[in-house]
Design a protein around this ligand. Structure first.
Ligand SMILES: [Zn+2]
Length: 105
């Protein structure tokens, strides 16, 4: 028998293990995964920005499509913008299109 799927108003399911957790919880108490991230993978963004940053690919990946197009047309602001983005991602200051931090697994 599966566990009851009835949720209280302040509860949600953990994306990773499926257990019921409080919505305001930052980390799942069962599997320890961070719940408040954007769902976008940090290391993927690092690699995309490092190799394809001048094409704005990391921006497309994190949902900022308009900025991605601008970076594509300007070649990442002649590489400077892409470089700044890479630094921002590396120090954890980069946010996705919804303003959420990237997830480090
Ligand atoms: Zn979990």
């Amino acid at each position: 028998m599966p566990e009851s799927t009835k949720l209280e108003y302040n509860e949600m399911f953990c994306n990773s293990c499926g257990s019921v957790v409080k919505k305001e919880a930052e980390i799942c108490p069962k599997c320890g995964i961070r719940l408040t991230g954007s769902g976008k993978d940090w290391i993927t963004a690092v690699l995309l920005c490092f190799f394809l940053g001048v094409f704005g690919i990391h921006r497309f990946y994190t949902g900022s499509t308009v900025i991605g197009i601008v970076q594509l047309l300007t070649l990442g602001g002649c590489g400077i913008w892409a470089f700044i983005d890479l630094i921002m991602i590396l120090v954890g200051a980069y946010k996705d299109a919804d303003g959420k931090p990237l997830v480090r697994k």
